[in-house]
Design a binder for this molecule. Structure first.
Ligand code: PMP
Length: 470
């Protein structure tokens, strides 16, 4: 009886194994196309059914299925080519072979947490921090920009045993709770949590649409508000923990900080005992073509710099770069900082490969040369199309602001969205941004070249001309 039972169990088990084998066989043989075995309709249906619908799709209800990418190009399931003008994460180009090889190779050697010595971790920490001005010589590795923001805020709180922060209108620093509290783009949304009482907000230092429009004096004028906000914090019986601001403002509408802005703000915050965080998650690693970091253009040295997106060319790696003294204050007043994936050998190998490619391919200079040409061509388009109110940016970080009338500067969302859709019809990917959603933003992989500029301008010109004949 017992034997019969065991035999039955073994037969049943082999049936299970056989079934699994068969299932694997089916998925392998049918997955011939890069798009997998599912039809696009089925992929869409499953996505809508199982993925939280707070996670949105581009171009819904006609979303794009991307199955592969290379350099600045992406390909759909029918192998149509799209020019990618917005992916600042795949910084040195989608699937750059050196980065892919570094990741694959290290994945087959070792991947573990950072509590062991690793030549990759030590070498990357050294190479990365060497790109920052003194005294920024210390790094924490994390996995996303949001995590970097979280930790940077905590470093400020610990530094001065303080609670309050100063942030900038329309800023975005991440999706976690603390990050949201200092991200007006999120807390100020109609469904957002609202501005917390421990947060003060600076006006957007926008020299096109804001209160101060003379670029030569706007930096000091916008920056002067920091003193008042420090006062507000003191008046409520609190202390300033820190200021956080993007070194060039992205979600707020591709806004370049006017000269002396950060100098003025940092001075007020430091005087009050707080620390200053530069968020370089979007614009760091040479995108703007002026050097590796955009804060340098403002002549300041932040206390903390958050970095992410381009750092791993699509691999999830981010970091918080700070001074030894600030990191030490944290160590003395908080438990060990442990991050399961932060600083793992695969991420470190990827980070090293990205730095190597930026250097070898001269991408910072390339961003400057290509960006200068791009801006010039956009200026020329502005001369011919009155719906373009402003073009701005540096390097491969540009914005085009659409208006109904140049004098009133009334924002024109419809035209911006129409142009975005027309560009998509011509397989060029751009996005719209800003409080009025009237700004087309450009931040392509850094391999974007002069031919791409010409192609973009040609179609952008045609798209805008179409607006007129509508
Ligand atoms: N800071 C800035 C300026 C960002 O643009 C973002 C993401 N868009 C973040 C922080 C958050 O990064 P992540 O999405 O990697 O968490």
């Amino acid at each position: 009886m017992i034997l019969l039972g065991v035999q039955f169990l073994m037969n049943f088990m082999s049936l299970l194994v056989w079934k699994n084998d068969e299932e694997e066989d089916i998925s392998y043989t049918e997955e011939k196309k890069l798009g997998g075995s599912l039809s696009k309709d089925e992929i869409y249906r499953l996505r809508k059914k199982h993925v939280a619908n707070a996670c949105i799709l581009f171009y819904d209800p006609n979303p794009l299925q991307i199955v592969r990418a290379k350099g600045q190009y992406m390909y759909d399931e029918e192998d149509n080519e799209y020019l990618d003008c917005i992916n600042n994460v795949c910084h040195v180009g989608h699937c750059h072979p050196e980065v892919v090889t570094a990741a694959c190779k290290q994945m087959g050697i070792l991947n573990t947490n950072s509590r062991y010595l690793s030549h990759l971790n030590s070498t990357y920490s050294q190479q990365l921090t060497s790109l920052f001005p003194a005294p920024l010589d210390t790094v924490f590795f994390v996995n996303s920009g949001s995590e970097a923001t979280e930790l940077s805020l905590e470093l400020c709180r610990v530094w001065n045993d303080a609670t309050d922060f100063i942030c900038v209108d329309s800023g975005y620093h991440g999706h976690t709770r603390s990050a949201i509290t200092i991200s007006n783009y999120k807390f100020g949304h109609p469904r957002g949590i609202g501005q917390p009482d421990f947060v003060q907000m600076m006006d957007l230092p926008d020299t096109y649409r804001g209160q101060h429009r003379d670029v030569h004096t706007a930096g000091e004028k916008y920056g002067a508000q920091a003193e008042l906000l420090v006062q507000n914090i003191n008046n409520r019986g609190a202390k300033v923990a820190g200021f956080i601001g993007e070194s060039a403002i992205s979600c707020g509408g591709q806004i370049m900080l006017p000269p002396n802005y950060l100098k003025t703000v940092y001075k007020a915050v430091h005087k009050a005992g707080g620390l200053c965080i530069a968020d370089e998650v979007q614009v760091g690693f040479g995108r703007c073509g002026t050097g590796m970091w955009v804060f340098e253009k403002q002549g300041v040295v932040p206390d903390i710099v958050t970095i992410g997106k381009p750092m791993g060319n699509g691999h999830p790696i981010a970091g918080v770069v700070t001074t030894r003294e600030i990191a030490e204050r944290y160590r003395q007043n908080r438990p060990e900082y442990f991050n399961t994936y932060g600083g793992n050998p695969v991420s470190m190998a990827v980070g090293l490969a990205v730095l190597d490619v930026i250097k070898k391919e001269g991408l910072v200079k390339h961003a400057k040369v290509t960006g200068d040409l791009f801006l010039l061509e956009l200026e020329r388009l502005k001369e011919r199309h009155s719906c373009i109110g402003d073009v701005r940016g540096i390097g491969l970080f540009l914005g085009i602001e659409f208006v109904k009338c140049r004098e009133s500067r009334e924002p024109d969302e419809n035209t911006a969205v129409f142009v975005k859709k027309e560009m998509y019809r011509n397989r060029i990917i751009v996005s719209t941004e800003g409080r009025h959603n009237n700004i087309v933003k450009i931040k392509p992989p850094m391999s974007f070249d002069q031919n791409n500029v010409a192609h973009f301008i040609n179609h952008f010109d045609r798209a805008i001309s179409q607006v007129k004949v509508q």
